[in-house]
Design a protein around this ligand. Structure first.
Ligand SMILES: Nc1ncnc2c1ncn2[C@@H]1O[C@H](COP(=O)(O)OP(=O)(O)OP(=O)(O)O)[C@@H](O)[C@H]1O
Length: 241
């Protein structure tokens, strides 16, 4: 059996999440869903090593406890994208994306290619605090992409994006995981969650279910967790031209 890229065991952060255990294998694109306040952001913080769980719980990356992984090595293995793309300072778009290479001796690799991939080349010299919300979100995702870290943890990456950019980000996530990387990202669009390899459902700070979307997102669970009645209908679908 393959070692989990990410293994969270019995993680508790008082008042936020309780006794959460989760394992993600290499090559998996997983969606983290749950109502507002159910603990998705908290779980992503814990997974990224930004918030320690209470004693008795732990996080491992590739079978190694986080406490034993030096900080720069952490930066090479995993990256986290915050929910809110807010910048205090007016660094240029290019310099923020280049920060993604910090744990690689600031080697500048992938930066121009990443700017192009995220449609940011024309904005490369613009201060990040003078961008639209969706543009700022793309800058943070581009910085995460530039790290080339195998474990990508994104908090609501699609929330501010237009349909074309949202689709591009999903396709990049798919490419990353097909190449053996792992992606865990939170989202509110349950229809989108159906196309992923795995879905993880949080409810009131606890992990309610994890597995294949069709097995997990049953009408009973959707009613119980989200308070919505689900119905399968035909709907609009998009593809890049
Ligand atoms: N910094 C904090 N300090 C204390 N409690 C917090 C903090 N941030 C969030 N919480 C609480 O922890 C719980 C989980 O919040 P979290 O942000 O993880 O939820 P979420 O599922 O990401 O929500 P949303 O969908 O609204 O982004 C909520 O009850 C929230 O009020």
């Amino acid at each position: 059996m393959k070692t989990s890229v990410l293994e969270i065991s019995n993680a508790t952060v008082p008042g936020r999440i309780a006794g959460v255990s989760l394992a993600l294998a290499p090559g998996v694109m997983a969606g983290l869903v749950g109502p507002n306040g159910s603990g998705k952001s908290t779980l992503l913080h814990v997974a990224a090593g930004l918030l320690p769980p209470e004693p008795g719980g732990g996080v491992q990356w590739n079978g190694v406890p986080l406490a034993r992984i030096p900080i720069l090595e952490r930066g090479r293995r995993a990256t986290w994208v915050p929910q809110e793309a807010h910048f205090e300072f007016g660094f240029t778009v290019r310099s923020v994306v280049a920060q993604g290479r910090y744990a690689h001796d600031d080697d500048g690799k992938h930066v121009d290619e990443t700017l192009a991939r995220f449609d940011l080349t024309a904005l490369a010299h613009r201060p990040v605090n003078r961008l639209s919300g969706g543009e700022r979100q793309r800058v943070l995702l581009a910085r995460a992409h530039a790290t080339a870290a195998p474990l990508q943890l994104w908090d609501e990456p699609l929330a501010a994006l237009d349909p074309r950019h949202a689709l591009k980000i999903l396709l990049l996530g798919n490419k990353h995981t097909r190449a053996g990387g792992t992606l865990l990202f939170s989202l509110h669009d349950l229809r989108m969650a159906y196309i992923l390899d795995m879905v993880v459902v949080m409810h009131e700070g606890r992990l309610r279910a994890a597995g294949k979307p069709a097995d997990v997102l049953t009408p009973e669970l959707l009613l119980d967790v989200f308070g919505v009645r689900a119905e399968i209908t035909s709907s609009l679908s998009f593809a890049l031209p």
